[in-house]
Design a protein. Structure first.
Length: 300
């Protein structure tokens, strides 16, 4: 028996995008009757009405809207599969979606992306900067850079560990000159802390390492808790207190003399940096090229 499932998807999608069976028929080079019959056959098989018809237009039902999004993903997957075969890993082209953490992306990923974009003018890069968890499949993302998380990922995702951040205590030179430099953990805890405030409103504790080398999170009283790492950094530079922040965030301020590292012997390992991608997209030229470019990423 001939399977109409894929054959009927194209007229349905064209009808939604064109707004009428007649316009869809013109796009597909068939008759309007053929498009109408195809959509009706699809609705009969699914047992659900997908389109509300009027004399002038078509409108998606709730079921039709959900099915339309599914059809778009199927067609996109087919196009990408064909691109893998046709491109033969030559010229990266097309839309490329990348998701990265906000501040790390601005400071560390953007410098990698600028020459990458210049090298591949056929690409249209869409970059999302957000600190929320991004579901690659639900949101159609090709590659994501993540800080934290676990290698316990589904088999459908590929991943690469790019290093681990260092958590460093720091303060401004002016603050240390005024308040003194702590020389041990107890002295450090007597200084006003500037913490990062999580989305749920709780302040992120400081990370220490126990004598046997295990990580230990410690709640500390604070002077300020800020929900933005850039604001936290500026508060420390302004001399309002001490903070523990990732090495990649403060290294420029340290190099510029705006901050000083304190108690480096208490510096523990922080979160891991990883790059993740859907395995089925790995051999697309555009994804392969981006993964190669992101090899330049380091975290320290």
């Amino acid at each position: 028996m001939h399977d109409h499932r894929l054959k009927d998807i194209l007229p349905f999608v064209a009808s939604v995008e064109c707004g009428s069976f007649t316009a869809a028929a013109e796009r597909l080079h068939v008759t309007g009757s053929a498009v109408s019959k195809s959509v009706s056959r699809l609705e009969t098989r699914l047992g659900s009405r997908l389109l509300e018809r009027t004399t002038r237009s078509l409108h998606l039902t709730d079921a039709g809207s959900a099915y339309y999004q599914t059809c778009l993903r199927i067609l996109e997957d087919l196009a990408e599969a064909e691109a893998v075969l046709a491109a033969q890993r030559t010229i990266p082209s097309g839309r490329l979606r990348l998701a990265v953490p906000t501040t790390f992306g601005r400071l560390n990923v953007m410098p990698v992306l600028m020459p990458f974009c210049q090298q591949h003018p056929e690409l249209a890069l869409s970059l999302s900067l957000s600190d929320r968890f991004v579901d690659l499949f639900e949101e159609g993302v090709d590659v994501a850079v993540r800080i934290g998380g676990t290698p316990d990922l589904p088999a459908s995702l590929g991943w690469r560990n790019m290093g681990r951040e260092q958590m460093q205590f720091c303060a401004s030179p002016a603050y240390l000159a005024r308040e003194g430099r702590p020389d041990n953990e107890a002295a450090l805890l007597n200084h006003p802390a500037i913490l990062y405030e999580r989305v749920d409103g709780t302040a992120k504790p400081w990370l220490f390492t126990t004598e046997d080398g295990q990580p230990h999170w410690r709640e500390v009283p604070y002077r300020l808790a800020l929900g933005d790492v850039d604001a936290q950094l500026q508060a420390v530079i302004a001399g309002l207190g001490v903070a523990q922040m990732p090495s990649w965030l403060i290294q420029r301020a340290v190099a510029a003399g705006e901050l000083e590292i304190i108690l480096p012997q208490l510096q523990p390992d922080g979160l891991t940096l990883s790059v993740v991608w859907p395995r089925r997209k790995q051999f697309l030229p555009k994804v392969d090229a981006l993964l190669s470019a992101l090899n330049a990423l380091t975290i320290r």
